[in-house]
Design a protein around this ligand. Structure first.
Ligand code: SF4
Ligand code: F3S
Ligand code: FES
Length: 236
């Protein structure tokens, strides 16, 4: 397949060397069917080895290469060059501290995730066999099991941009996955903890950016609304 000439503009920053972020430009040849991740790999491997970004699976599963591409949070491994254009602008996701170039500090994001107790809680005696669940009950939280913790949602949220202590949509999605699991008993604990705190669930202002950003097509805002309703129902 023929290649096309494109220009990749990358917002780069090395806190140990640069006074401020700057745009670096890389004119490269690419096939229209290359993914943006392929182009970044080419730049790093063939042009400038100092470029830093995260990636692993290259197939939309690990969630490590979320970045702002032409102003939209995307996974670089899921976006084709032909769907962007001849100039591709790449920046780190917003709201988290830049460690270097496209790598941000994910610790606050994972702290929020851990704070919602994203695991199965049930203190009943262990059953002799598995804890059964009907297909209908499983369906209720099916969408939120698909989260890959890429942070595209949380870092597209205007509330998070202005308040980095807001727990964020990704954490709420992962709470949803267990709150609506008919076998789980940890909802009261989650609501009494991080979800119910000042920077918890109710900071969400229904901006919908998170839903638009999710590469797994999870209805993030709907999941947040369902968790809100559940909290209200339980406190009534
Ligand atoms: Fe990524 Fe979607 Fe999970 Fe948010 S809900 S972390 S955008 S997969
Ligand atoms: Fe933010 Fe999504 Fe709520 S963008 S305000 S978490 S609906
Ligand atoms: Fe794993 Fe893109 S590299 S999701």
């Amino acid at each position: 397949m023929d290649t096309v000439r494109i220009t990749v503009k990358i917002k780069r920053f090395d806190p140990e060397a640069d006074a401020r972020p700057y745009w670096a430009e890389y004119p490269v040849e690419a096939r229209p069917t290359d993914r943006v991740l392929d182009v970044l790999n080419h730049i790093k491997w063939e042009v400038d080895g100092s470029l830093s970004y995260r990636k692993s699976c290259a197939h939309g599963i690990c969630g490590s290469d979320a970045m702002l591409i032409d102003g939209v949070n995307r996974l670089a491994c899921k976006l084709l060059v032909r769907d962007v254009g001849e100039i591709i602008r790449v920046e780190p996701i917003r709201g988290l501290q830049v460690i270097k170039d496209l790598i941000v500090d994910m610790e606050p994001f994972f702290d929020s995730y851990k704070a919602v107790l994203p695991y199965f809680i049930n203190d009943d005696p262990e059953p002799a066999r598995e804890r059964l669940q009907s297909p209908e009950d499983r369906e209720i939280f099916d969408a939120t099991t698909k989260c890959i913790l890429c942070a595209a949602c949380t870092t597209s949220c205007p509330v998070f941009w202005t308040n980095e202590r807001y727990i964020g949509p990704a954490a709420i999605v992962n709470a949803h996955r267990f709150i609506f699991d008919s076998r789980d008993q940890g909802t009261a604990q989650r609501f009494a903890g991080a979800l119910g705190e000042a920077n918890g669930l109710w900071r969400c202002r229904t901006a919908y950016n998170c839903t638009e950003a999710c590469p797994r097509d999870i209805p993030v805002t709907r999941a947040i609304q369902e968790v809100k309703r559940e909290m209200l129902w339980r406190s009534a």
